[in-house]
Ligand binder design. Structure first.
Ligand code: P61
Length: 460
């Protein structure tokens, strides 16, 4: 009989100690941080699931490549290796390095959009929305209706609603839509994939109106693997061939190499349009750097050149997707409400369903994230009322899994901690916001616990 256990497809050469704290210490730390996990030092965190961005472990091949990094200001061979590696997968004519994803977004929107324009996306990530709105354009989210029902299982909940896209273009006119974007996988919507059929359908609509299609490619390898597993006709193709096909439908992309680039920093912007590329490089020089390094060291370009290929390895992707689902399936089996099916890079707990007695105005996601920290030193992030204010339609707690960092026993520990909190959920109280910044308030907000309901006097 074939062996069924899926193992981590690597062994560990360098280790980083993590520190246990006591429950009393964590209570004190949480209170001192105003119940905001962003404000707790990482040395006081045991398992850090705040983000999968820039937090992955690099391979021996990546470290070796970094030693080859050529730090020449112009014309570095490290750039040539980076560009060749990107082009072999993404296929675009122009490859512009940036220090991270949001820098690519800023340059793209500055060049392509102006006040009054409309940019449709399956769901804009917060930095994408912010950069789009910064140039005066309107960021419009067009997810399929299935995406807003956390417990509903659907293979491609990251898809864009193509009927709504066609209507939107009809309503505002193609002239006001300088580009359409697709985020793969859809981060704000639960790490859910976009199907090849949807990419094709979106491209057809764009082509009819001569609107370019851009892909926010952060988690392109995970999206390719979901297509291989779930979409008819793709089971026999490699993730690499699927990624190449995805990008053939697009006119360009933005990328944060901190995700499926397997690097700790970096990003890039691609396009097939010569005139657009020229403008983008001009802007790049102004704030990021010369076009052969774009804000990155030569060694960073080398790490990304290798990392992009490692992210597409089938053993790695199988381990990645299966181990994320392992966490989701084990807590869901015990009744914990999560966004279904499990995402590629993260599990999203539905905090409104977990804490039905805590109103959205009392920040159930922030309260739950705080309790996971007190119970077991786990750091997660709220994606809900704190992050999106009145626009929030869900209150989620995201447990993002850094790449190649934690083993199965770490995840077993996380499962146990979540289930302990689940058992005592009725005693968890909501929070009152005591401080907030004028924008991106989730980073620095502070809270205090809601007062307990006054105890009823024993005798009248
Ligand atoms: C994350 F709390 N994501 O998921 P940059 N597009 C997409 C992303 O997921 C993304 C970027 C563009 C992060 C980091 C993060 O308020 C926050 O390289 C789909 O981070 O600039 C980043 O790429 C931007 C977490 C970003 C946050 C902003 O955890």
């Amino acid at each position: 009989m074939a062996i069924k256990t899926i193992i981590e497809p690597f062994r560990i050469k360098s280790v980083e100690p993590i520190r246990q704290t006591t429950r009393e210490e964590r209570r004190r730390l949480l209170e001192a941080a105003g119940y905001n996990l962003f404000l707790i030092p990482s040395t006081d965190i045991l398992i850090d699931l705040l983000t999968d961005s820039g937090t992955g472990a690099m391979s021996t091949e990546q470290w070796a490549a970094m030693m080859r990094g050529d730090e020449s200001y112009a014309g570095s061979p490290s750039f040539t290796r980076f560009r060749d590696s990107v082009q072999a997968i993404f296929g675009f004519k122009h490859v512009i390095p940036t220090h991270q994803g949001r820098a690519a977004e800023r340059i793209l929107f500055s060049v392509m959009c102006k006040k009054g324009d409309v940019v449709p996306n399956n769901t804009h990530f917060d930095t994408t929305r912010a950069n789009c709105e910064f140039v005066g354009a309107e960021a419009v989210d067009l997810p399929v209706p299935e995406a807003s029902q956390p417990s509903l299982v659907h293979p491609f909940k990251g898809n864009m609603d193509t009927a709504k896209l066609a209507q939107l273009i009809e309503r505002v006119g193609a002239k006001r839509v300088p580009l359409v974007m697709l985020t793969v996988t859809n981060n704000s919507g639960g790490g859910q994939p976009v199907s090849m059929a949807n990419i094709r359908a979106v491209k057809e609509i764009c082509a009819r109106h001569a609107i370019p299609l851009y892909i926010d490619a952060c988690r392109f390898a995970e999206n390719s693997y979901f297509i291989k597993q779930r979409e008819p006709g793709y089971a026999g193709k490699t993730p690499r061939a699927i990624a190449q096909e995805m990008f053939r439908h697009a006119d360009g992309c933005t990328m944060s190499a901190k995700k499926d680039g397997m690097a700790n920093i970096g990003g890039f912007l691609c396009t097939n349009d010569d005139a657009v590329a020229q403008h983008e490089r001009d802007l790049l020089i102004l704030t990021e750097g010369f076009p052969t390094y774009g804000g990155l060291a030569g060694r960073d370009l080398e790490a990304i050149a290798v990392g992009l290929n490692e992210a597409l390895e089938e053993d790695y992707l199988n381990y990645r997707i299966v181990s994320t689902a392992y966490l989701g399936d084990h807590i869901a089996k015990e009744g914990v409400p999560i966004v279904q099916p499990p995402g590629g890079h993260a599990i999203y707990i539905d905090a409104r369903a977990f804490l039905p007695h805590v109103a959205p105005t009392e920040f159930p996601g922030v309260a739950l994230a705080g309790e996971l920290y007190v119970e077991g030193g786990i750091r997660s992030v709220e994606i809900g009322t704190l992050m999106f204010g009145e626009h929030a339609t869900m209150d989620l707690v995201r447990l993002a899994i850094p790449r190649r960092v934690y083993t199965q026993s770490h995840i077993d520990y996380v499962i146990e901690v979540i289930l302990e909190v689940w058992k005592r959920r009725e005693a968890i109280r909501g929070l009152v916001l005591t401080h907030q910044a004028p924008f991106l308030r989730h980073f620095t907000a502070r809270f205090r616990p809601l007062a307990m309901a006054p105890a009823r006097p024993a005798t009248p």
